[in-house]
Design a protein around this ligand. Sequence first.
Ligand code: THU
Length: 159
Amino acid sequence: MNTKIIETKVTVSSFEELDPSNQNLINKAKEEVSKAYAPYSGFQVGAAVELENGLIFTGNNQENSAYPSGLCAERVAMFYANSQYPDVAVKSIAIAAYTNGQFLEYPVTPCGSCRQVLLETEMRYDKPINILLYGIKEVFLIDNVRQLLPLCFEKSSLK
Ligand code: THU
């Protein structure tokens, strides 16, 4: 018997020390929260996806009275981007969340279903997706989706 330790690298930064392109993508995610449809949770999430061609697609969470029918911001934005530019890889995604009248102090991290969807996109284009998770006090930078979803189920698992 042996033990495997799985590590995730997270770079912690202030918003101010990020480079301007990352600040810009986070600002786009922050702008999105005001358009979220979140009457049940009151938890408004915005996401901004930047493609390799420089285009940015945004989205927010869309809730439903039949709760599981709703969709998280990350998947709304990612499916939007992939549906419009199926041949262009995703470079980065930024996520921000707002509740009780303010943005979260510490980053929101994507749910398991969103991680699975982000991983599919990363593997589909075979390019790492930079992940930027916004919080007022700290921003997390993660180099790729694999870091967020170790021991994942993927295409090769089907063979
Ligand atoms: N939500 C997101 O949109 N993204 C996340 O990363 C976490 C959760 C949404 C789903 C639901 O509308 C609300 O936030 C509360 O879970």
